[in-house]
Design a protein around this ligand. Structure first.
Ligand code: CUK
Ligand code: CUA
Ligand code: CA
Length: 637
């Protein structure tokens, strides 16, 4: 096919169903593969979905759509996942820190540039460990713009565009190890008129030598941990704070002024017994406005080759509350999890090694920073006994908290106001409302819209670390269970066991109207898009640029000929405009495999280091003549 004849208008309205039917008929009739029959309508992005399904429990009938999206982490598989709830159907897996040969993540030049490469062009990292996914905010609820996700393994933050549900930026934090807790701010701490996410906060769980260049290897007492702030817009690291102890999870206040991290290693210990030595650990609060004032005033240092300003948040430097940037509130032993209540009033830390949760009142924390509360412990307003191994807490927007109990294998529903009354001495306060068995050993739980002011108390998801007997056996590695609980009534109802491939940790449940996707890319968003004018082969010495277009059911060049030893860059633009019409591009023995969605452009660069004839073929079933959609990639000896 002559590439110049590639149709670039695609403007005849017809549906995907009509398209497939018509094209198949063309094929059967033996009509040559001109592209006249392939004109398609550009589907409008984010078209309105069918009305909410009338359903009971988790059943979503064929043709019906779910009410919620769940965006969940995937642990050491390195990706993010999108589920529909309540059905639990997997809608998408978003590659982030992993390499994914379905979409070509880590294979295409564009994805490699996002992940980061070494000087030789290979990926700097091919692994990751994602735990926490959180959405960007506006007016205290999700704005549907971005998701942020952590990589505990290599201490990176990634951003995912919610409109395409693709990762667009990854930032590595300098001088940080075990970056675990992540949370966006919900309002600007300095300019309070800006009521949306501008920063992303990151805790560091592991302490390391600062800088980590071989010094102090045998002196862990000298090691330290940094809290980091990343710009949501540019994804650059704005500043860091050195703290005493470590930081596990992270939460932010609705007023934008405070970020908090639970600390299980206030001991700064390097071994298990040492980390459990103290009777109480802490939740560290950082006063963001004061941190930024110090940075602005130049009162910071830098570490090693990093240019990022580092301010001192350790206790010794923050003895005076009125100028302090940090407050260490003593909480139950080795806590795990810190969560902000949707009314904006409280942070809840769980005890893990203590059967309690600690409730800290934000207004008291702010009063401490003003010098009006003496003892840091006076910011604690409740510490109810809730069960064994409490980890994470979700909220229903009706004043109730739901904490996962790892050791008891339960979700416990308790009332925050009752816990506060009990702490004040009310012996009749009914704190524990109900306990529900989950199966088994829950890690995170999270509720529908529970991390926003619009917490709606409909669903609670319990992400369980062990599934044991809940599913058909599949060998030594078990799936994990995501158990869906209906929390809308007086009593919690377990309504489904969904499987999950290891290992999801945290997630968010987002009302579907918040999410506005675009279903088709815009060709002009890709500066390297192939045009009918520049399509073909361009050679400069041994550098060969192959510019290819796809339109069902053909690539624009039937033959692509290069010489052994050439460095080949292949750029592919998908000219199909019809929604859902994706093509693949694979070259045998060359490890090339990626897809191009409608109107998208991607490229790969590789050395043609062995001669032969290789069928460059479409991997993504696109057309009745999908199998015929292939070109000869010829490498001359
Ligand atoms: S952590 Cu995994 S269960 Cu990374 Cu949020 Cu608690
Ligand atoms: Cu194009 Cu399959
Ligand atoms: Ca401890």
């Amino acid at each position: 096919m002559d590439s110049k004849k590639m149709d670039t208008t695609n403007d005849t309205p017809s549906s995907r169903r009509g398209f497939l039917g018509k094209s198949a008929a063309l094929g059967l009739a033996g009509v040559t593969l001109g592209l006249a029959g392939c004109k398609e309508e550009a589907a409008a992005g984010g078209k309105s979905a069918a009305a909410p399904a009338a359903h009971h429990g988790t059943e979503i009938a064929p043709g019906q759509l779910d009410d919620y999206y769940a965006f969940i982490s995937s642990g050491h598989s390195g990706e993010a996942r999108v589920l529909g709830l309540p059905s639990g159907r997997t809608l998408k897996r978003i590659p982030v820190f992993n390499v994914d040969c379905m979409v070509g993540w880590g294979i295409t030049n564009e994805s490699k540039a996002i992940i980061g490469t070494k000087p030789d062009g290979t990926l700097k990292y091919i692994t990751g460990d994602t735990h926490h996914v959180h959405g960007s905010y506006k007016n205290g609820t999700y704005d549907g713009r971005w998701l942020f996700i952590n990589d505990k393994l290599h201490s990176r933050v990634a951003r995912i565009r919610m409109d395409t549900m693709e990762c667009d930026k990854i930032t590595e934090l300098p001088n940080v190890a075990g970056f675990h807790g992540l949370f966006p701010d919900k309002r600007d701490p300095v300019d309070q008129k800006i009521d949306y996410t501008t920063r992303v906060f990151c805790g560091a769980e592991f302490h390391i030598p600062l800088p980590n260049d071989g010094r102090d290897l045998d002196n862990p007492d000298k090691w330290g941990a940094l809290f980091s702030c990343v710009s949501a817009e540019t994804m650059e690291v704005m500043w860091q704070v050195r703290v005493d102890g470590n930081m596990d999870l992270c939460a932010t206040s609705y007023d934008g002024k405070l970020a908090a991290c639970n600390q299980y290693n206030v001991e700064n210990a390097a071994d298990l017994n040492g980390m459990m030595a103290a009777e109480r650990d802490a939740c560290v609060f950082l006063h963001i406005e004061r941190v930024e004032a110090l940075v602005k005033a130049g009162k910071f240092t830098t570490i090693g080759s990093s240019k990022v300003p580092v301010v001192d948040g350790r206790k010794a430097a923050n003895a005076d509350p009125k100028s302090a940037i940090s407050l260490y509130v003593p909480v139950s032993k080795n806590p795990h999890g810190v969560n902000a209540s949707p009314d904006g009033k409280y942070f809840v830390c769980s005890g893990k090694l203590s059967p309690t949760a600690t409730v800290i009142e934000l207004s008291k924390v702010l009063q401490w920073f003003d010098g009006n509360v003496k003892d840091p412990r006076d910011t604690v307003v409740a510490e109810p006994e809730i069960g064994l191994g409490p980890l994470h807490t979700a909220f229903d927007g009706r004043g109730n908290a739901y904490t996962s109990l790892f050791l008891d294998s339960q979700a416990v529903k308790w009332n925050v106001d009752a816990a506060i009354a009990q702490f004040k001495g009310d012996k009749n306060a009914k704190v524990i409302i109900e306990k529900l068995d989950v199966h088994y050993q829950p890690g995170h739980n999270y509720s529908s819209m529970g991390e926003t002011r619009e917490a709606d108390g409909k669903y609670l998801n319990s992400g369980n670390k062990f599934s044991k007997d809940r599913f058909l056996p599949v060998g030594p590695l078990h799936p994990e269970t995501e158990q869906l609980v209906d929390i809308s009534g007086a009593s919690m109802k377990l309504i489904a066991d969904h499987t999950a491939y290891p290992e999801p940790h945290d997630g968010i449940i987002v009302r579907r109207d918040v999410v506005k996707t675009r279903q088709i890319h815009t060709m002009t968003d890709f500066p390297n898009a192939v045009t009918p004018e520049n399509a073909g082969i361009e050679r400069k010495g041994n550098k060969v640029h192959v510019r290819l277009m796809s339109q069902a059911p053909a690539f624009s060049m039937p033959v692509i000929k290069v010489k052994k030893g050439d460095e080949v860059t292949l750029t592919l633009t998908n000219y199909d405009k019809v929604e859902d019409l994706t093509h693949g591009c694979a070259i045998p023995t060359y490890n090339i495999n990626f897809i191009v969605n409608p109107q998208e452009t991607k490229s790969v660069t590789f050395k043609a280091d062995h001669a032969g004839a290789f069928w460059l073929y479409c991997t993504h079933f696109c057309h009745a003549l999908h199998l015929e959609m292939r070109s000869r990639f010829l490498v001359e000896a």
